[in-house]
Design a protein around this ligand. Structure first.
Ligand SMILES: Cc1cc2nc3c(=O)[nH]c(=O)nc-3n(C[C@H](O)[C@H](O)[C@H](O)COP(=O)(O)OP(=O)(O)OC[C@H]3O[C@@H](n4cnc5c(N)ncnc54)[C@H](O)[C@@H]3O)c2cc1C
Length: 396
């Protein structure tokens, strides 16, 4: 690490030490998602925003930090180590880059500052009942009426729609010969009349996802991003960022640290779990996978530096990162054994004074395990990512 990078690392550590409250740390430790503790997560985001560190991948002209890949890597590693809470970042990580690339000057001036300050929270309206992997089959229809589109249909698995101010949405504006050619990309206010949000409660008992219904929702044509019927180009560009920007390696590394702490503490026979050769082997395999994830992430970052976008290699990162994270959560459940079985959601609320059943480190093990099951489905299922790697990376 260069002297400048080492100084930057110190700066990051100081910032985290000053701004990460005990409550935020607890939220990061107890919950896998940002939605269980939305207000706490947003407080952490605001600390980053005030420091000018909210948009790590945005260029300086739009208020981004313009960090070098090494600086981003340092920040992500320190944040994961400290256990900063996850925050709701679809504005920064997804819609922001596409507004920069495809938006008019007016759209850029209006949306980007509001995304950056989190004045507007965004959600993603791609998937529909019946259209997930086969996204181009989507049926939500937008019919033009003067200067407005009238939108009818439904989106599903919409993460965070209950908190979102705006939605970026794929809608069908024409029936072309090729299904991809009749789709447009529109942005609209979640307070527009005709929108209804129905919660879907996940296996872990959390409210993260929703089904959203549109009944004659009127959206100005000026809110379309890109050309009419060319929304597929915008949608595909956005997906690269969705798959590439998760700092998986740092997350896996932080999980490994936690796992090491647990195996040092869990009693087995006369000793602790880390003395067990079978578990030690699994721990070693996890360390190897973490390194593979880290090197793959470096390749994706190099791609961003060279070409300005993550490219199809982000699909490798998505598969490797999500599956390694899933495996880490499996090992944690194995490590806490029967204490994982206790269902105690109240013990996951930050600030609670409940004496949990079993050790404290066992409380989030099963909820995190269940939560991470979804990571090989969302952002495009891993089977689909493998198809992309086969075709676009390996040229098969
Ligand atoms: C927790 C969570 C959060 C989500 N958040 C959002 C969100 O905010 N916004 C949003 O728009 N969507 C969101 N999604 C939806 C997600 O993108 C879709 O679930 C995903 O794309 C898969 O689509 P599907 O559920 O319709 O499954 P399907 O497409 O029906 O797939 C079912 C199974 O078949 C496999 N399969 C399908 N086609 C192929 C193929 N060609 N080759 C090999 N295997 C195939 C899949 O891998 C999967 O295992 C979220 C999903 C989850 C679980």
């Amino acid at each position: 690490m260069s002297a400048a990078d080492a100084a930057f690392q110190e700066e990051v550590r100081d910032f985290i030490a000053e701004n990460l409250s005990d409550e935020m740390r607890e939220a990061g430790r107890l919950n896998a998602s940002s939605f269980a503790d939305f207000t706490i997560s947003q407080r952490w985001y605001q600390a980053l925003y005030k420091r000018g560190w909210a948009a790590r991948s945005w260029p300086a002209e739009h208020g981004g930090c313009a960090w070098t890949p090494m600086q981003r890597y340092i920040y992500d590693t320190e944040a994961a180590k400290a256990g900063t809470p996850a925050y709701f970042s679809m504005g920064i990580s997804m819609v922001g880059p596409v507004v920069m690339r495809f938006g008019t000057e007016e759209q850029k001036n209006y949306f980007l500052p509001r995304i950056l300050s989190a004045e507007d929270i965004w959600c993603q309206g791609y998937s529909e009942p019946g259209s997930g992997s086969d996204l181009a089959s989507l049926q939500t229809r937008a019919v033009r009426d003067g200067d407005e589109y009238v939108i009818n249909g439904s989106k599903i698995w919409t993460t965070g729609a209950q908190h979102a101010d705006w939605i970026f949405c794929l809608v069908r504006t024409a029936e072309g010969e090729k299904r991809q050619e009749g789709i447009s990309f529109v942005l609209f206010d979640m307070k527009t009349p005709g929108i209804m949000v129905e919660p879907i409660i996940t296996l872990a008992g959390d409210h993260e996802v929703n089904q959203v219904f549109f009944d004659d929702v009127r959206v100005p044509v000026a809110n379309r991003l890109g050309e009419e019927n060319d929304g597929w180009t915008v949608a595909k560009y956005l997906l690269e960022f969705e798959r590439g920007g998760s700092a998986y390696a740092a997350m896996v590394d932080a999980s490994l640290e936690k796992l090491r702490d647990i195996v040092e503490a869990e009693p087995v026979g006369g000793g602790v779990l880390s003395d067990d050769p079978a578990f030690a082997l699994k721990l070693a395999a996890a360390e190897i996978k973490q390194q593979a994830a880290e090197y793959t992430e470096h390749r994706t970052i190099a791609e961003i530096v060279e070409r300005g976008r993550p490219g199809p290699a982000s699909s490798i990162m998505k598969v490797l990162g999500s599956e390694t994270n899933q495996w880490m959560t499996e090992l944690m459940v194995e490590a806490v054994h029967y204490y994982g079985a206790a269902y105690q959601p109240e013990a996951r609320v930050p600030g609670n004074n409940i004496e949990p059943i079993g050790p404290r480190h066992a409380v989030p093990a099963v909820p995190k395990f269940l939560n991470f099951r979804a990571s090989s489905i969302y952002g495009g299922s891993n089977e689909i990512q493998r198809n992309i790697v086969a075709k676009q990376v390996l040229g098969l």
